[in-house]
Design a binder for this molecule. Structure first.
Ligand SMILES: [Zn+2]
Length: 283
């Protein structure tokens, strides 16, 4: 829930991964859309996320080793996000990737050497990444870093939580005042009238869906102020990653490099509502 106002049923949808029915509910004031009866078994939903081999969402961060190789198209997303980080902090700083999965972005940014980057997540992929020496914080280590980060990333993480405001509040507590959050999450503005036809909808693992109003309220409630940059350096790479994923391309190749996405990046992003809101400043 975002604004705690009255909600109404918004239809029933069958989860593509579990085959079970999920009931959607929508706030009549802010339009926040959520799954009323999500999978409650953490292990099951992570297994479902991990079993994905294609699709248009960003579940691959949970797949594990697959995304640690820079031979995957995830490289473009990581490169784009690192470029965004440099835009805000040209001289580097302290960066937390909140919900880092198996730590692909953390490893990429660490190798670039400009930021003191750390990740945070729970679950087996994060454990494995920690075991391999990546700086992934566990639950008990988070608190000692409270208020110290300049930059935070949350890539396709908010939609996985039934209480995204709590997650945002937690991220806010890690940032210093004036710190920057770069986030990617859904926008129901891109959904068709018949929600069940929306390819972004994945109720098995994604339970919270924002729009312009609800994300603004959620950010304000967690002491962030939303920024509206027209475009950012790095977003072109992020859009490229999303396009390639939708085309079912997972590995980088000569073929893939020949696809001219950059000239159309802004248009595609606007049409698909991929990067409508991405930046918030910690108040
Ligand atoms: Zn609401």
């Amino acid at each position: 829930m975002v604004c705690e106002c009255t909600t109404e049923p918004a239809g029933k949808v069958i989860g593509r991964r579990t085959g079970r029915d999920f009931h959607l509910q929508r706030c009549i004031v802010c339009g926040f859309l959520f799954v009323n009866d999500p999978c409650t078994d953490q292990g099951v939903s992570q297994a479902v996320a991990g079993s994905v081999v294609d699709g248009d969402d960003d579940s691959e961060k949970f797949v594990g080793e697959a995304c640690e190789s820079d031979g995957t198209v995830s490289h473009y997303e990581w490169r784009g996000v690192e470029r965004v980080a440099r835009h805000f902090f040209p001289n580097g700083g302290k960066w937390i990737d909140y919900g880092c999965g198996s730590g692909g972005l953390v490893g990429f940014a660490k190798a670039k050497g400009r930021f003191q980057v750390m990740g945070y997540d729970t679950g087996a992929p994060a454990e494995r990444a920690r075991g391999k020496g990546l700086p992934i914080l566990c639950e008990s280590e988070l608190e000692q870093h409270a208020g110290t980060f300049d930059f935070a990333t949350s890539l396709n993480v908010l939609e996985r939580h039934p209480d995204p405001v709590s997650e945002l509040f937690r991220i806010r507590s890690l940032l210093r005042p004036g710190g920057v959050l770069f986030f990617l999450t859904s926008n129901t503005a891109g959904a068709p009238n018949t929600l069940t036809e929306w390819p972004t909808l994945c109720p098995d693992i994604h339970v919270s869906y924002f729009n312009y109003v609800s994300i603004k309220i959620a950010l304000a409630r967690s002491r962030f102020e939303m920024e509206y940059p027209r475009w950012l350096p790095g977003l072109g790479d992020i859009v490229r990653y999303k396009v390639l994923r939708q085309l079912g391309i997972r590995k980088r190749s000569f073929f893939e490099k020949a696809i001219p996405i950059r000239p159309m990046a802004r248009l595609l992003a606007k049409r698909r509502h991929w990067v409508d809101y991405t930046v918030a400043i910690a108040c």
